[in-house]
Design a protein around this ligand. Structure first.
Ligand code: FES
Length: 118
């Protein structure tokens, strides 16, 4: 079964192997739509809200996602196991840097010289 993850902030999507968490799948492909922190469910940097799709959560820190938030679809990408296609929004501490609606999707580094030619 081919599962696809769509990230609304940057309007990007990528495949996720069955049984993998979303963050690991993204990193294996060299993609950067979700901020990466501890990879263990403790820092909250990869916090997302699932907008559509079936999934399950591995054990997540209540310091990062409350019971109420979890019931509303909030999760941590490093603990989020999709069971079908997912559409999600990044909302963690660093989400702003990855948000295409706030001035563009920012990769690390500087813009190429070609982008400054008139
Ligand atoms: S990377 Fe730290 S909680 Fe997911």
């Amino acid at each position: 079964m081919s599962i696809r993850i769509h990230i609304e902030n940057c309007d990007d999507s990528f495949p996720c192997p069955e049984g993998s968490n979303v963050l690991r799948a993204m990193e294996c492909l060299g993609r950067r739509g979700i901020p990466v922190g501890c990879r263990g469910g403790g820092c909250g940097v990869c916090k997302v809200r699932v907008l559509a799709g079936e999934y399950r959560n591995e054990t997540i820190s209540r310091a990062c996602v409350s019971v109420e938030e979890e019931a509303e679809g909030y999760s941590l990408a490093c603990k989020l196991i999709p069971e079908g296609d997912l559409r999600l929004r990044v909302i963690g501490k660093m989400a702003r840097s990855f948000d295409a609606t706030r001035g563009g999707f920012h990769f690390y580094g500087t813009p190429s010289a070609a982008s400054h030619r008139s």
